[in-house]
Every structure is written in structure tokens, then in C-alpha cells.
Design a protein around this ligand. Structure first.
Ligand SMILES: CC(=O)OP(=O)(O)O
Length: 599
């Protein structure tokens, strides 16, 4: 006799065969059989009960971002399913594999206006790369297997809708999963002719730079070697922060609104961009429009997508960088390279000058100074959307051994708590920090309950300044309108957290923050540190007004005063100095050759 198994147990067996050991969700009547299977297989797959399905989907997306492996979540029929959507869009838009199981009313009650029934497929059509309602109980394991393969292959969201009765039905326990058939695709090697052309273009450029994204995350050493050999400063996408150590001298950080000044200025001064594994939507606005572009990408649809290419190389980033390094000759320092290094030092010194500021409410620099010292080399940061992105991008001295995630191109607020849960579930031995503004924290703050329920020792830092700061700055600097709808009521987040079982602290100074971080070491509970943050907005790199060659002195004075930026100098100053130093060096060398060294 053929052994049988319930449809939902068969589903979990397939999911487990792909190496998944936990699933996020919230029970509902239509998902009873799924809960029954999770109970039956609790030794193999852990159920993480989030308190809102959106958080489950975000945590699943964060699992995929952290580990590269598929994240799995579920929602019950109707509202439970629809609540998943926001988290699933994060996975879709940041292109990571997620499986969402969506419960449906029993097949006999579908399409007849039943309680909590809705036509779920159309609702998930846009978000999913694979979106199917299972038609028979027997096909359940095969459809789940297919969904997982599709999610990996197409780097997106697979949605499987499961009518309630199919999950309970007994089916033959004979299905064999496809998980063991999967192999890593071969890295595509670059065309040597294109590599030769690219090397010539790089050698001829006056100020070439590298602009890399997450497509180059496996090519850390090659990025540094190419930069050193051809004297190219490195600029990254926001999300590729952490591929290189922050203190690597030629790494200028990212470019764009959240970026530090050296990255923004280097991008505008470059005359050639070596664009590697990067798909940033604003990218065409962030660079010198006259710069030449050599682009390397593993997907042909990315070539020329964000910027006109002079040379397009279809290849794996690591292979292409290796080939460039091998094919080219070492270059002498360019003035732009020297100027960028000096500019970075000027910016870092300026940021550091606020590290011990005693202003209260506190500035972000003292808080991040403590974090930089306290976070271990293995720390994981879950970073929410808003000014927290800006402060994290500029002030965390990331190490490549640490990890961090945010909601990137989708940029949903509410990211940090579910992402921190994902980090602690995946890496229980690593120190995990969630960082959010008071707006973003409020959006999914109920997830402190999840942290408490599973005894996840996460340090949640809330930057409270009673405003949607990122939007406030936009209304002030971009649209020049009166502030409208951005103010938030003062809230005692430490008290809220205590009510949910966490340990709460309120801090207004660096010393208080340091003390809270010390106290956090003495508890296994989740911790919430409500940092009462200054209302001063971060230095704007988007509307930077520092250079008298381009701006009116009065404007510059007002800008410098607003951001306490007296010590900051424009990149052009360093370029002039670098050019003068190189001319003097050349002249000295000529003099020595001509026997006029004066010695
Ligand atoms: C979205 C937003 O403006 O958030 P914050 O207040 O953290 O900047």
C-alpha cells in the first residue's frame, strides 16, 4: 500500500528539502492544515509567529538578503494574504527569492462570494514571478517545488495559493524534491577584445573611477586591486556599502542623496566610470554627464539601462575585474585620485569633530561613535528607511565581515524590526541592531512582541526627533513648501517597549547611550533605546553649496552656518593642490635629471 501524507505536510517536506528551517506567518482558519503540519514537523521547521503578516514577508525578504537563500512566509485567506503584499514588494524590487504561501477558502467555496474569499491570483499578479492556485491536492508538493525553483532562477517572489481542503487531503507520500538538482551557474567570462578596449580607455582617462553595486559583492579583492593598479577611486551604490571596509582609503562611499560628500563629488568630477554590477535608478543623474562609461554586468538587460555605455561587457564582475587587472599596466597617481583621498580625510575629520558633541537632544555622530566601538566584527544592522539611511551610510564604519540590510529600491518604512528578527533567527550568536526613526519604528513596532516571544536579544535603536525628517528635508530643500504633515507626536518608546516585555531606555546624551548599551549586555531580553535626537537635518549632499567657483558667497555662508561646515572644503580645492603637487614633483624630477638638484 502506498503511504499517504497530508497536502500541507507534503508542502513542508519539500520546503525543508531546500534547506529552509523556519517560516514566518500568522495563523488563520484557512491555514489550519499548514499550522497542523508545522506542529507535526516542528523539529525540522521552526514556525516564527510574527504579529503582522507584512512583518513576516519583510523578514522572509530579509532572510534572502542576509543569506542568499529563499525566505518563506504565509498568510491566511483574504486579509492575511493581502497584508503580505508590502513585504513581498520589497523582495520583488530588491530581487531576492521569497516563497509566499497564501491560504484560500475550501475549493468547494471558491468563486461563490464566501467568507474571506477573494480572487487572490490577480492581487499577486504584479508582485510575483510565479503565481498559481493549486488545482489538486496531489499536485501540491510539485507546485511548491516549481515555485521555489522559479523564485531562485528569476530572483523574485513565488506565490502559491492553497485551498484549505487540499492542505488536509491525504495524498501519496511519493514526491521527490528537485532541490538536489540545483547547481551554481558558471561565471560568464568577458570578451578579451572588449577588455583590451576598456584598458585603453581607462589608461587614457584623466580621472577614472569605479562605481560598483551588489553585483560585485563577491569581488572585494578584485575591486581593490583594480583601484590600486589604475588609481581609480571607488564609489558604491548605497546597498553595496560593506563590500569594502569603510576605512579603505580609496573608497569614497556611495553617491546620491543619502551618500557622503566624497562619493558625490568624485562621481561628478570623474571623466570615466567603470560601472560594475550596479542598477541604481538615479545613477544617470549622479555622474558627470560627459563621462565615458565602461559597464560590466552579468545580465544583458542591464547594459546601457541606466546610462549610455561606451563599452559594454557582459560578464561576471569578478572575472571581468580580474581580466582588466591582468591586461593593464600600473598607472601613476592621477590628481583626481590624490584629491579624492584628501577629500575623504577632510570629510571624515569633519564628521569626527562632532563625536563628542554635548548638544542635547543629541547629534547622530556621538551615537554612531559608540556603535562603531561597541558593535562586533560580526554585527548585523537592520536599517530603516529615512534619515536613518543617511546617518548609517555616512557614520557607520562598516567592516566587510559585518552585515547590513535595508529596503533598497522599494524603500518601505518598517523594515528594521522584521529584518532584525531575521538576522537573529539566522545568526543567533551575532550581535544584532535595528536602527529606525520614530516614524518607521511606529509602523511595525508590534514586532517587539515577536522579539520578546522568541527571546531574541536585539538592540533596537529608535532615533526620535518627532518628525519625518527625510520628508521634511525634501519639503524644505526640494519643493520649498511649508512643512506639511511631517510632524509626529512625542512618544515614550522606552515605556511602550517595557509594556511589550522589552527593556527600555531613554537617552539624550552620548554618555546615556553608552550606559544603555552597557546595560543591554546584562539582559537576554530585546532592548529598545529611544534616542532623543536633534531636529537638525543631516548635511545635504544633494544641494551642497561650498564652492565659490559655482555659487554665490552669501549662499555658501548660509549653508556653512546651517550645517556647521566651516572645516569642509570642496573637492576642487584638493584637485588644485594635487595638480600643483604633481607639477612640482615632475619639475623636481626634471631638475634632478638635468643636474640642477641644488644639492
Ligand atoms: C521617512 C522618514 O522621513 O523617516 P525619518 O524621520 O527617519 O527621516
Amino acid at each position: 500500500m502506498v503511504q499517504t501524507i497530508s497536502g500541507s505536510d507534503a508542502v513542508l517536506k519539500v520546503i525543508e528539502s531546500w534547506g529552509v528551517d523556519h517560516i514566518y506567518g500568522y495563523p488563520g482558519g484557512s491555514y489550519d492544515s499548514g499550522m497542523n503540519a508545522l506542529y507535526n514537523q516542528k523539529d525540522k521547521i521552526k514556525f516564527i509567529q510574527v504579529r503582522h503578516e507584512e512583518a513576516g514577508a519583510l523578514a522572509a525578504s530579509a532572510d534572502a538578503k542576509h543569506s542568499g537563500k529563499i525566505g518563506v512566509c504565509f498568510g491566511s485567506a483574504g486579509p492575511g494574504a493581502i497584508h503580505l503584499l508590502n513585504g513581498l514588494y520589497d523582495a520583488k524590487i530588491d530581487r531576492v527569492p521569497v516563497l509566499a504561501m497564501v491560504a484560500q477558502v475550501p475549493s468547494t467555496n471558491m468563486n461563490i462570494d464566501f467568507f474571506q474569499a477573494m480572487n487572490e491570483e490577480p492581487a499577486f499578479n504584479d508582485v510575483a514571478i510565479f503565481n498559481r492556485t493549486v488545482m489538486t491536492a496531489k499536485s501540491l508538493p510539485k507546485v511548491i517545488d516549481e515555485a521555489i525553483q522559479q523564485a531562485y532562477e528569476k530572483r523574485g517572489v513565488a506565490v502559491v495559493t492553497i485551498p484549505k481542503d487540499f492542505g488536509w487531503a491525504q495524498i501519496p507520500d511519493t514526491y521527490v524534491s528537485n532541490a538536489n538538482t540545483q547547481i551554481e551557474p558558471y561565471a560568464i567570462e568577458p570578451d578579451p577584445v572588449k577588455i583590451d578596449q576598456a584598458v585603453k580607455m581607462i589608461q587614457a582617462a584623466k580621472g577614472p573611477v569605479v562605481y560598483f553595486g551588489l553585483g560585485a559583492k563577491h569581488a572585494r579583492k578584485q575591486l581593490m586591486k583594480v583601484s590600486e593598479k589604475f588609481k581609480m577611486p571607488l564609489i558604491s551604490s548605497v546597498l553595496a556599502k560593506g563590500v569594502l571596509d569603510e576605512d579603505y582609503p580609496a573608497y569614497m562611499g556611495s553617491t546620491g542623496r543619502v551618500a557622503p560628500k566624497p562619493g558625490v563629488e568624485a562621481a561628478m568630477a570623474a571623466d570615466l566610470i567603470l560601472w560594475v554590477g550596479n542598477d541604481v535608478p538615479f545613477a544617470s543623474m549622479l555622474f558627470n554627464p560627459k563621462a565615458k562609461v565602461i559597464q560590466i554586468d552579468i545580465e544583458s538587460t542591464k547594459l546601457g539601462k541606466r546610462h549610455h555605455d561606451d563599452i559594454a561587457i557582459l560578464a561576471d564582475a569578478k572575472e571581468a575585474l580580474k581580466a582588466l587587472y591582468k591586461a593593464g599596466k600600473e598607472r601613476a597617481n592621477t590628481p583626481l585620485y590624490d584629491a579624492c583621498l584628501a577629500n575623504k580625510k577632510n570629510w571624515t575629520d569633519w564628521q569626527d569633530s562632532f563625536k563628542d558633541s554635548t548638544e542635547s537632544p543629541v547629534r547622530p555622530e556621538p551615537i554612531f561613535d559608540v556603535l562603531n566601538k561597541e558593535a562586533s566584527d560580526k554585527a548585523v544592522f537592520a536599517v530603516d528607511v529615512g534619515n536613518t539611511n543617511i546617518n548609517f551610510e555616512r557614520l557607520i564604519n562598516i567592516k566587510h565581515t559585518q552585515k547590513w540590510t535595508t529596503s533598497g529600491k522599494y524603500a518601505t518604512m518598517g523594515w528594521s524590526l522584521p529584518a532584525a528578527i531575521s538576522a537573529k533567527v539566522l545568526y543567533p550568536d551575532r550581535d544584532v541592531y535595528s536602527l529606525s526613526g520614530d516614524g518607521a519604528f511606529a509602523m511595525l513596532s508590534e514586532e517587539i512582541l515577536t522579539q520578546y516571544k522568541y527571546k531574541l536579544h536585539i538592540v533596537n535603536i529608535v532615533f526620535s526627533n518627532e518628525t519625518l525628517g527625510f520628508i521634511e528635508a525634501e519639503q524644505t530643500d526640494d519643493s520649498h513648501q511649508p512643512l506639511s504633515g511631517v510632524d509626529l507626536p512625542a512618544t515614550d518608546w522606552a515605556k511602550v517597549a517595557e509594556g511589550m516585555g522589552a527593556k527600555g531606555f531613554t537617552v539624550r546624551t552620548k554618555a546615556e547611550f553608552q550606559a544603555a548599551i552597557e546595560a543591554a549586555k546584562d539582559t537576554d531580553l530585546p532592548v529598545v533605546i529611544d534616542v532623543k535626537l536633534t531636529h537638525k537635518m543631516p548635511f545635504t549632499t544633494q544641494h551642497m553649496t561650498l564652492d565659490p567657483a559655482y555659487q554665490d558667497q552669501k549662499q555658501i555662508d548660509a549653508f556653512v552656518k546651517k550645517y556647521d561646515a566651516q572645516a569642509l572644503r570642496p573637492l576642487r580645492d584638493f584637485l588644485k593642490e594635487a595638480k600643483a603637487a604633481q607639477t612640482a614633483k615632475k619639475q623636481a624630477a626634471k631638475d634632478v635629471k638635468a643636474g640642477k638638484s641644488g644639492k
